[in-house]
Design a protein around this ligand. Sequence first.
Ligand SMILES: [Fe+2]
Length: 223
Amino acid sequence: MKSNHRISRRSVFKTGLLAVGGYFLSASLFSKVWAACTRTERQSEGPFFPVNEQSDVNQDLTTVHGVEGQASGQVIYVQGKVMDASCQPIAGAEVIVWQADIKGRYKHPGDAEANELIPQFQYWGRIITETDGSYWFKTIMPAAYGSFFSKRTPHIHFKVLVDGKERLVSQMYFEGQELNQKDSLYRYLSKEGQRQSTIRFQSVAASSERQVGALEGTFDMYV
Ligand SMILES: [Fe+2]
């Protein structure tokens, strides 16, 4: 009985150690996974979500079917993945993007901006994610817009739908823009939200098939 008692105490001790070790290991793994998959912060849809259909809604916003030429401005490629909160890619998600042109105007009846629309610019597009959750689109760097007192820093709007249901509305920003820290919506984001949504753009690789002189950046979204 004495011996059994000792073994029992030892085994309880060992089990305890394993349990404590297991807890810290799983907590550590959990925190790593959790940190990597923090949901992208939701942001205002703003007043200019596209309301009118257009014949061309593909992933190249720098041209419009049937219109000659390319919209002027800095060409950029935005790429990334749509994933869920467990970091799993979501295939077949619908990503709607919309933005201002190089003069700060949206293609929306509510935009009072006096500048004419640019015929070569597509203004918004709709992309379906691949089986690995990836998406990309080509566009022109948007301009800042708004009044002196409430100027919006350059940004691109995103809406993600999965199985037709809205999962995220957000905005993507450009690293190094002076106006970022003066933009009230940008400042409203948490520090982590700013980090996730502020994208560094760099020149496309010379070996790439992408347009020479273009910039590219990656914006992953966790929905
Ligand atoms: Fe906007």
